[in-house]
Design a protein around this ligand. Structure first.
Ligand code: ADP
Ligand code: MG
Length: 485
């Protein structure tokens, strides 16, 4: 298929994301939600739906749902019902899943994506509803049988459904990154797609460019990384365009992604789709969400990445790129925000945070909360460099590693210990400048006959000779004076 024909078709994608909440206990009983426990050990008769048991709603799920709803600019519904979604499957001992059908907790929202080309896209959020998870089928531990672990039964989920607003596989990828960043900022989910804490189904269709009506969609499941979602969408786009090119029609079906083969294959046709016989859950009373509760959740809202990004660019004058690197993780962003209350040198503060600080964290696989130096310590170092007490080179190469080894020492003591203060006293610098120039007479000739770029070479020599202990501005001025005077 030529790329010309691909240009004729527009991709349309809507995503359904399941966010597994990190509550201590399950959605409708007090069973633990611990990850990685021995199979089938976190199960009360309530999780198994034994006759005579009654579910009881975990209020934390509601709070988390309101929080995500507000963060995604949704309306929050006052009157909420739970519904039973009935189906038969081995990982669902109750025979039904408790979910919200006609009254999703949050609806009619949106989030913004900052695309790589610098533009901004708005993605509509159709609804966010609360539901419980099913158990897990394990296909790769027994050569003959599928094993079932029911521990996950009843673990709370929020399902986030978008409008069909995404127009490329890359946009879908970025939407997922944004959702992951949001749930991590809100600390309601660890956002780990590989471990199943975030799960995504992609609804994909294509239409002739310029036409209004959407094409027939196909739903793709079983993608356990953001890359896989992107690849599955890319594949589906090609496949659907090819079918249409051949005059065939797209059938309504559910497909699965095969990461090895990098393609999708049909699981079931939607013609044979289940009838879930939804009805209101008789064992749980409806929930009223009051204005006061929404206001309370709103008042506990942490700063959101979009707000921080805006502040980092407009107030601290950082580039959009720097701001986005710093805002990737909430605690790093907050650390930086604190740092800039302690030093006026915002740009340097950003460079230190994105450079030496992040490098150290990556090397040690630690979070900023475990960083040994305080913001106050780093601020004093940044100021010392700006004031010319020591050079940037000395700060990064000598002082920084020594300080991280001995974080309780004072900056002043370390400077003395490492003998780092700049030797800016006139005569000795002058002598060294003269020595440097005397050692390179031909280069000096070249400089004097116009090759001004050689100044860098002399500076380099001078730095070597002094072990970096000179003020760059003062040194280059003296070099120039000697060369031109
Ligand atoms: P269904 O009834 O099959 O569950 P919904 O209308 O509830 O479909 O939509 C489910 C998801 O599919 C939503 O994320 C929605 O944005 C998306 N979607 C709906 N129609 C299309 C389409 N033609 N192409 C791509 N995505 C679509
Ligand atoms: Mg639907």
């Amino acid at each position: 298929m030529s790329s010309d024909t691909l240009v004729d078709y527009e991709l349309v994608v809507g995503l359904e994301v399941h966010v597994q909440l990190n509550t201590q206990s399950k959605a409708f009983c007090s069973d633990s939600t611990e990850f990685g426990a021995l199979p089938n050990t976190l199960l009360s008769p309530i999780s198994l739906g034994h006759p005579g048991t009654l579910p009881r709603f975990n209020q934390q799920v509601l709070e988390d749902g309101i929080l995500l709803g507000l963060a995604m600019n949704c309306q929050i519904r006052a009157y909420n019902e739970f519904a039973r979604k009935n189906y038969f499957y081995a990982d669902l001992p109750k025979g039904y899943q408790i979910t919200q059908h006609l009254t999703p907790l949050a609806y009619d929202g949106f989030i913004h994506l900052n695309l790589e080309d610098g533009t901004r896209r708005r993605v509509g959020i159709t609804r966010i509803h609360m539901e419980e998870d099913a158990g897990k089928s394990i296909h790769d531990q027994d050569p003959y049988d599928t094993l079932i672990d029911l521990n996950r039964c009843g673990v709370p989920l929020l399902e986030v459904v978008t409008e069909p607003d995404l127009r490329s596989a890359r946009e879908a990828y970025q939407y997922l990154s944004e959702v992951r960043r949001l749930v991590r900022y809100l600390e309601i989910c660890d956002g780990n797609m590989e471990e199943g804490s975030l799960r995504c189904d992609a609804n994909i269709s294509v239409r002739q460019r310029g036409t209004e009506a959407f094409g027939q969609k196909v739903e793709v499941k079983n993608m356990n990384s953001m890359r896989h979602v992107q690849r599955a969408i890319e594949y589906e786009y090609q496949r659907q365009v090819e079918l249409l090119q051949r005059g065939e029609t797209i059938v309504s079906e559910t497909r699965s992604f095969d990461a090895q083969a990098n393609n999708t294959f049909s699981l079931r046709s939607k013609e044979a789709a289940n009838d879930y016989r939804y009805f209101p859950e008789p064992d749980l009373p409806p929930i009223w969400v009051l204005e006061e509760q929404i206001a309370k959740v709103q008042s506990n809202m942490p700063p959101l990445p979009e707000v921080l990004l805006e502040r980092f660019t407009s107030v601290y004058g950082l580039s959009a790129y720097d701001a986005s690197v710093l805002c990737d993780q909430k605690h790093l962003a907050l650390w930086f925000e604190h740092l800039v209350t302690l030093t006026p040198h915002y740009k340097q503060a950003a460079n230190w945070t994105m450079g030496p600080v992040k490098t150290w964290l990556n090397t040690h696989a630690l979070e900023i909360q475990q960083f040994p130096l305080t913001t106050k310590a780093l601020a004093s170092l940044i100021d010392a460099v700006q004031e010319g007490v020591l050079t940037h080179h000395q700060a990064v190469q000598s002082l920084w590693p020594a300080w991280l080894e001995a974080p309780t020492k004072s900056l002043h003591d370390l400077i003395t210990e490492l003998d780092l203060g700049q030797s800016s006293d006139g005569p000795s610098l002058e002598i060294m400048v003269e020595e440097v120039l005397l050692s390179m007479p031909s280069k000096v000739e070249e400089y004097r006959s116009g090759k001004k770029g050689l100044l860098g070479l002399f500076m380099g020599e001078l730095m070597k000779k002094t072990g970096g202990k000179v003020q760059p501005a003062q040194a280059s001025e003296m070099l120039r004076a000697k060369l031109e005077g």
